[in-house]
Design a protein around this ligand. Structure first.
Ligand code: ATP
Length: 251
């Protein structure tokens, strides 16, 4: 399905809506997003793909409220976040959003347990310890609570990052190439856990990836090129994603 206009594809129960977002980096003379409209539905898994430099990470940062667009609107659970001043924006993000980035962003001076509880503590929320224990069990890290992240493997660190994202029961998890630094089987485990959090917990996942077989774990794939959404795929397979990527890359 081609989506060339500025009207977002309508999804049921959107948790994040990006409407006609433009974002440039004036210092670099780059317009990274040129009027992107896309919505992400609650409890679904969406992959974002596109050639290098097409604007995927910028879209993720704007959608997650980490970056402010030059124009356009971003709604998080129906609330427009563009008008929020910093403390309120941070609060909305901490309450509703989880992040899993390739660099893990774990704090090495804290144990696994304290890393997992940190976002709730920063949000001033009393941590739900039972749920934190449950998510650590789900990601296969029970017994590692007292370890420092630096002593864990890359796959285990990524699982800590995922547990940390899940621990605050976010409505949406944004993941930027969460399997990029992992070997094939560890990558599959992490994708399985993201899928499980969608199916069992009802979290929405928005994941940037370059890998068609990772995108095939999603319910839907949105393709970007030159800062615009150019195509979508529902119920993707790795083959369909790869051939759509080829089509997008030769545009
Ligand atoms: N902080 C920044 N300052 C200047 N230019 C930037 C910045 N971040 C991104 N860009 C530029 O904006 C454009 C889109 O970058 P972005 O990282 O969003 O693309 P991407 O699709 O995620 O790329 P990749 O797949 O290589 O990670 C690129 O031309 C990039 O060089």
């Amino acid at each position: 399905m081609e989506n060339r206009g500025t009207a977002p594809v309508v999804v049921d129960r959107p948790v994040v809506e990006v409407v006609d977002v433009v974002k440039s980096y004036p210092g670099a003379g780059v317009q990274a997003l040129r009027g992107v409209s896309v919505a992400f539905a609650a409890g679904t898994f969406c992959a974002v793909m596109g050639p290098s430099g097409s604007g995927k990470s910028t879209l993720l940062h704007c959608a997650a409220g980490l970056d402010r667009p030059d124009s356009g609107r971003v709604l998080l659970a129906g609330q427009e976040i563009g008008g929020l001043r910093e403390p309120k924006l941070t609060q909305a993000r901490r309450r509703r959003v989880g992040f899993v980035f390739q660099a893990y962003n774990l704090i090495d001076s804290l144990s696994v347990w304290h890393n997992v509880l940190l976002p709730q503590r920063l949000a001033g929320v009393k941590p739900d310890r039972d749920w934190a224990r449950e998510v650590l069990r789900r990601v296969g890290l029970d017994g590692r609570e007292n370890d420092r992240p630096g002593r864990l493997s890359g796959g285990q660190r990524q699982r800590v990052a995922l547990a940390r994202a899940l621990a605050s029961r976010p409505e949406v998890i944004f993941a930027d190439e969460p399997t990029g630094a992992l070997d094939l089987s560890t990558g599959r485990e992490v994708l399985g856990l993201l899928r499980e959090s969608v199916d069992d917990v009802g979290t929405a996942v928005v994941m940037v990836t370059h890998d068609p077989s990772a995108a095939a774990w999603a319910d839907r794939v949105v393709f970007l090129a030159d800062g615009r959404t150019v195509a979508e795929l529902a119920d993707p397979t790795a083959e369909k994603v790869a051939s759509q990527m080829m089509a997008v890359s030769v545009r």
